[in-house]
Design a protein around this ligand. Structure first.
Ligand code: NAP
Length: 309
């Protein structure tokens, strides 16, 4: 029987792991399919406190894992297949094996949102990608015209990053102003290799029959005009969807799928706590996820203490 199982190894999960490990609860920390979470796919994180020169996202997550393991956390590369939150203790199936735990901290994060347009899924990994830092340096994208979709911090970060390799980057946004933070928006608009395509959406990625990206079909939402923009790659950065499918019907989820805590990090199921992007549609920052992970760990520790350890 486990004291604490932590689902996810992003900022929230690993911070919860550091705190529960230091409390000598020997947490079992399950990575899911993306160890380190979404932060491992960003480039330099410039706003995590304590790093005035920025820190590589992958390195930050590795350091958090080392810190958790130093205090006794057991990080396991595994996926939770099912969860029964009605049973006490809580029952999980992890890589086909049953696991019982007194408390569960859900820090399952979020995945990339898709556009669901023709050609997008067919050409995924053949020129369509959701991660510039993972794929931007591939030879197929070098010295090519690339398209980035979105108007938030992620899209701006991706567009700026891609200018290192691309001949030109077109940033397609559905409105006429960026949602991104001011510093990121200003940097993007000032970059001579980035050209903005305002008020426009992609309606198709071409060319499925060629098995590679040759261009995108665009529609201007203000004028209705349609056009084709030739390009060699499409980087989609239009937000995220929370990884909460396992909890449908077992926890309160909002219409977008985010877990709705009843108070702080507590859910309506005793002993089950939630932290990070899977429960935060508002801030979604590394540091707020870490803060929620800390809160969930403290709540789990208190719950165990008040239920006989
Ligand atoms: P976001 O802020 O939700 O932005 C998503 C963007 O995609 C918006 O501009 C949105 O347009 C657009 N969009 C959404 N659905 C679309 C669709 N179906 N078709 C076309 N466009 C669509 O997401 P994000 O940029 O991934 O950022 C998420 C959070 O992480 C934010 O809080 C952000 O500040 C943070 N973040 C921070 C950093 C950093 O500080 N370095 C880097 C990356 C992310 P509208 O604007 O019209 O809604």
């Amino acid at each position: 029987m486990e004291n604490v199982v932590i689902m996810g190894t992003g900022c929230a999960g690993l911070t919860a792991a550091i705190y529960t490990a230091r409390a000598n609860l020997k947490p079992l920390v399950l990575t899911g399919v993306m160890p380190g979470g979404l932060l491992t796919t960003t480039s330099i994180v410039e706003n995590f406190p304590g790093f005035p020169d920025g820190v590589d996202g992958f390195e930050l997550m590795q350091r958090m894992q080392q810190q958790a393991e130093k205090f006794g956390a057991r990080v396991q590369f595994s996926v939770i297949e099912s969860v029964d939150l009605k049973s006490s203790p809580i029952r999980l199936v992890v890589d086909g094996q049953p696991v019982e735990t007194k408390t569960l901290i859900i820090a399952s994060g979020a995945g990339h949102k898709h556009l669901d347009i023709p050609g997008e899924h067919e050409l995924e990994k053949k020129g369509v990608t959701y991660c510039a830092t993972c794929d931007g340096a591939l030879p197929v994208f070098r010295n090519q015209h690339l398209v980035v979709v979105g108007g938030g911090d992620s899209a701006c970060e991706e567009a700026n990053y891609l200018t290192r390799f691309a001949s030109k980057v077109s940033l397609v946004h559905r409105r006429d102003s960026l949602r991104a933070s001011r510093i990121m928006a200003e940097r993007t608009l000032a970059n001579p290799k980035i050209s903005m395509v305002w008020d426009s959406v992609l309606t198709e990625v071409q060319d499925v029959s060629a098995g590679k990206v040759t261009g995108v079909k665009l529609k201007n939402l203000k004028t209705g005009a349609e056009s084709v923009l030739p390009c060699a790659g499409v980087f989609i950065a239009v937000g995220h969807v929370p990884n909460t499918q396992l909890f449908q019907g077992q926890l309160d989820l909002d219409p977008a799928g985010y877990v709705v805590p009843v108070k702080g990090t507590a859910t309506r199921v005793p002993g089950v706590f939630v932290a990070g992007d899977c429960a935060d549609s508002v801030y979604r920052q590394a540091v707020t996820a870490a803060g929620m992970g800390c809160g969930a760990a403290i709540e789990a520790e208190r719950y165990l203490a008040s239920h006989g350890g």
